[in-house]
Write a protein that binds this ligand. Sequence first.
Ligand SMILES: O=c1ccn([C@@H]2O[C@H](COP(=O)(O)OP(=O)(O)O[C@H]3O[C@H](CO)[C@H](O)[C@H](O)[C@H]3O)[C@@H](O)[C@H]2O)c(=O)[nH]1
Length: 310
Amino acid sequence: MRVLITGGAGFIGSHIAEALLREGLEVAVLDNLSTGKRENVPPGVPFYQVDLRDGEGVERVFREFRPTHVSHQAAQASVKVSVEDPLLDFAVNLVGGMNLLEACRRHGVEKLVFASTGGAIYGEVPEGEAAEETWPPRPKSPYAASKAAFEGYLSAYGQNYGLRWVSLRYGNVYGPRQDPHGEAGVVAIFAERVLKGEPVTLYARRTPGDEGCVRDYVYVGDVAEAHTLALLSLEGVYNVGTGEGHTTLEVLKAVAEAALKTPEVVHAPPRPGDLERSVLSPLKLMAHGWRPRVGFREGIRLTVEHFRGR
Ligand SMILES: O=c1ccn([C@@H]2O[C@H](COP(=O)(O)OP(=O)(O)O[C@H]3O[C@H](CO)[C@H](O)[C@H](O)[C@H]3O)[C@@H](O)[C@H]2O)c(=O)[nH]1
């Protein structure tokens, strides 16, 4: 098995690269380094600095590495950026995504695992509920729309050209190596700022008791394990979450506790496109033996330790 990881120099992609190497698989990374970093690519792994919007560049990589499997992690991953510039999101996530699918078709790739969004695809998740894979997509942001559309193309490529595929709908992935600047990610942003003694911004409505949005925070190591399972033995759509929701204020408290600091908090209104509540049911994936091994507090502690060490 020869696995090409798009976005493999990024936060989640580089953890996936390490997990696949541990399985003894052959791995290469394609990344334009817009948010990823060269030093995130494990030593000895072939690296191609190519932008997915460059169809000829993608074709060159396929000709050289000849992947049998593709892990598609590269994306415009910010909800906020997608709302500000929907065409940019479209170009990266859908034009770039189509260049990749066409290369898969031309080169007879057997299977593709896609980084989709559980956090954004279902729209608002009512209090007390956890979104299941059978819920229809209700994109609120252009970002969510592009992920849902790509899943549609996967279905079409599966039915017309025999491409096998898995779409992993991630919750809010966090952990060591998340970039607090280039990529979205409140845990990384809070960890870095709290450790440096800088003020943090809490986006929440100005109503009493509002602790900010509720999200399903899932540790990156658990996501990488889900990905390995998907590549080796799953088909179709799976949520990758914990089934637990935490408010932004809970994130901040856990970060402050792990950092042994008292942060200064600035309040601001919610960002456009932000959902109030998103929690995912992980039961379908758990039926295949996957478990979220690293709990919320432990994961945040590991992330803060990572930032402390930098
Ligand atoms: O400085 C900050 C940054 C974020 N937040 C809040 O923290 C929560 C989480 O925000 P993130 O930016 O960390 O995460 P998002 O839920 O917006 O986005 C993440 O989850 C999405 C799905 O929900 C997508 O998958 C996306 O790629 C991924 O970054 C939101 O309520 C946001 O308003 C703050 O209060 N202060």
